[in-house]
Design a protein around this ligand. Structure first.
Ligand code: KG4
Ligand code: ZN
Length: 341
């Protein structure tokens, strides 16, 4: 099986070719950091315009790298949401056009499902069900992954996502953009005990997350401590929250084979190390994809395409692009998460 995957939901334009037996034949990525840096964050309009310019040549390059033609692929998988809608539309329409031109099925992939299944691309032994901590720029969730297209959300954030907190902290500390890697680098030079910061929701029964209060505390500390010390203390607070909440979620699931982390923040060494220790203490396997597969990329979209195609899940050409698209539509709305209770 040969799947072409496209990704364009945020600020990375990407195309990849992946096989059913987990070979990543090619993966191309065009970041837009330079275009967004002056604004200190992703500007949706700039992102969408960049995807328009870059995506088609990137697809050609990915096919050429893989040594295949469009006619050789079994299906075209494209991110159909959630994300910045302008970018999502660019990728989805491109995917539809390619699928139509080649006479191949289209697979509309939920970007979060791309992250959720990516550990099964890097680890052939990872079986369902597993507990997934999905930590990215837009999401912070604990999910029971029961199978392809079968997700039970155990927890989500009531305000900011973990990656968003990293990005805002980097901005407050003047560490630059993108924020996560910058904070991680600064934290290596700082003292994690230097600044006393809150751990929102730590100890609460429901395993939900909250990072807004932590961000405010960082804003108050900025200027009163060395940026490296604030970065290290902030990162430790995030790690403590992630571990506490994941521990809670583990109490609520049975029969999981592994503790798994995915999404951009999973590229963080401190986060990975702490989760690995938690898994070991519970006698669970720990699985984290390599860093390049944690941050946004098209190989994970192509792989989700492989899994969905194998399950017979393809989509019609009139499938919609979605700015919001929960993996578990049945999950209860959480008070604080933009919901008035
Ligand atoms: O999954 P991703 O690439 O895009 C989304 O779907 O959101 O995640 C991007 C997020 C950003 O907030 C970025 O700052 C964060 O992941 N991130 C990191 C690291 N690398 C990326 N956060 C902490 N440490 C890192 N090394
Ligand atoms: Zn992502």
């Amino acid at each position: 099986m040969l799947i072409l995957g496209l990704e364009s939901s945020c600020d990375e334009t990407a195309a990849a070719v992946v096989t059913g037996d987990r070979r990543v034949l090619s993966h191309r990525l065009a970041g837009q950091e330079a275009a967004h840096r002056p604004y200190g964050g992703v500007v949706p309009e700039i992102a969408a315009r960049a995807h328009v310019e870059v995506l088609a040549p990137l697809v050609e390059a990915a096919l050429a790298d893989a040594g295949v033609r469009l006619a050789d692929v079994d299906a075209v998988a494209a991110t159909a949401g959630p994300g910045l809608i302008g970018g999502v539309m660019v990728g989805l329409v491109t995917g539809k056009a390619l699928a139509h031109a080649a006479g191949k099925p289209l697979i509309a992939v939920n970007h979060l499902e791309g992250h959720a299944l990516s550990p099964r691309l890097s680890d052939p032994d990872l079986a369902f069900p597993y507990l997934l901590l999905l930590v990215s720029g837009g999401h912070c969730q604990l999910l029971l992954v029961e199978g392809v297209a079968r997700y039970r959300r155990l927890a989500t954030t009531i305000d900011d996502a973990a990656g968003e907190a990293f990005d805002k902290t980097a901005k407050l500390l003047g560490l630059g953009f993108p924020g996560g890697p910058a904070v991680e680098r600064a934290a290596l030079l700082g003292d994690a005990k230097a600044v006393s910061l809150p751990r929102p929701l730590m100890g609460s029964a429901e395993p939900h997350f909250s990072f807004a209060g932590l961000k405010s505390a960082v804003a108050r500390a900025a200027g009163h401590h060395a940026a490296e010390d604030i970065a290290a203390s902030f990162q430790q607070a995030v790690v403590d929250c992630l571990i506490d909440r994941t521990t809670r979620a583990l109490m609520r699931v049975e029969g999981v084979t592994a503790l798994v982390v995915a999404g951009g923040v999973a590229a963080n060494g401190a986060v990975r190390g702490a989760l690995e220790a938690l898994a070991a203490s519970r006698g669970l396997r720990f699985v984290a994809p390599p860093s390049w597969l944690c941050t946004d990329n098209a190989a994970m979209i192509a792989w989700a395409g492989v899994e969905r195609f194998a399950a017979g899940l393809t989509d019609p050409l009139d499938v919609a692009a979605r700015a919001r698209w929960p993996l578990d539509p049945g999950a209860e709305a959480v008070r604080g998460a933009g919901v008035k209770a």
